[in-house]
Design a protein around this ligand. Structure first.
Ligand SMILES: [Zn+2]
Ligand SMILES: [Zn+2]
Length: 306
């Protein structure tokens, strides 16, 4: 592991007034992620898992394409959220529409047609027969960030279904519906922590850092060289894996001792926050050895499986 050169803020930022604050997820998100996962799986030590996640992302895309149109959120609730600077689609406070379980059913049905190991097929069958209450409890655990509260084999399916539901809602509302939160490190759409940061490539956002939501894949702007967890601007260090091109760094903070990966799309525009984060677990292991903890989850990474 080598420490990377720290960039000068003045060299990389454009004036804040011109910056688009929020980029909502695009509706082909999951098919692009599936393609990326297949590419990364090639010759990778976690190839089987990445290939499984590619099939899951295909199923997410199919579920998103067929997902029913949702009624708009209650205007009084929206007004209240805006007044108090709360995310409109907050995972912890919004009443979840039970229709999210339809996306789970669609995903499970598509995955049951795939050639998968017996244990995975058993998980699919058991989730298909799970009670509504049981599924809602699993969803509660995932959305509260308590990934230990759900079995590792069940997590990817439940997380995948919740992602589809939140992506659908976020994209239906439009960017102008959302405002900034006081806590700059949480998703202004749903209040979840980021899976990774992306340095954008191309267009007006060239070279700017956006944090990518671990749940709804919305991206929101945060200046670079600032801890996304505690917002400190001191003691920020970048680490890269030796022998790599530095397209993916871990950005750590001395103040809170946490880190988040920073994925530089200028080096490869096909990179995907969720997929490329999973494909660089070696960097997480080194950060862990260094006593640094991740500041945001990857919903396809169970804490007990690392
Ligand atoms: Zn979000
Ligand atoms: Zn910090």
């Amino acid at each position: 592991m080598t420490e990377a050169r720290i960039l000068e803020i003045g060299q990389i930022e454009t004036p804040a007034g011109e910056i688009r604050f929020l980029l909502l997820p695009e509706l082909d998100l999951f098919s692009r992620r599936a393609g990326r996962l297949r590419l990364l799986a090639n010759g990778h030590s976690l190839g089987d898992y990445l290939t499984f996640l590619a099939l899951l992302a295909d199923a997410q895309q199919a579920a998103l394409n067929r997902f029913p149109t949702l009624p708009p959120p209650d205007p009084r609730g929206l007004a209240l959220c805006r007044k108090h600077g709360m995310p409109l689609l907050a995972t912890r406070t919004m009443t979840r529409n039970p229709v999210w379980r339809e996306s789970l059913t669609m995903i499970l049905e598509q995955m049951s047609d795939a050639a998968l190991p017996t244990a995975t097929r058993e998980t699919i069958n058991s989730l298909m027969q799970a009670s509504k209450i049981g599924l809602e409890e699993m969803a509660d655990s995932v959305l509260a960030g308590d990934l230990d509260g759900i079995f590792p084999q069940e997590l990817p399916f439940v997380a995948a279904a919740l992602q589809v539901y939140w992506v659908k809602m976020a994209s239906a509302l439009g960017e102008e519906s959302f405002g900034r939160l006081e806590q700059g490190g949480l998703c202004p759409v749903c209040g979840s922590p980021p899976v990774a940061g992306l340095v954008r490539s191309g267009g007006a956002e060239q070279g700017l850092r956006y944090l990518c939501c671990s749940l709804c894949a919305s991206q929101w702007h945060m200046v670079r060289i600032k801890c996304s967890s505690c917002e400190s601007t001191h003691g920020i260090n970048h680490y890269i894996l030796e022998g790599t091109n530095g397209a993916i760094k871990a950005e750590s903070c001395d103040d809170c001792n946490r880190y988040l990966k920073l994925i530089c799309l200028e080096k490869d525009r096909q990179m995907d926050a969720t997929a490329d984060d999973l494909a660089t677990l070696a960097l997480d292991m080194l950060m862990d050895e260094d006593g640094k903890a991740r500041s945001g989850p990857n919903l396809f990474l169970h804490p007990g499986s690392g």
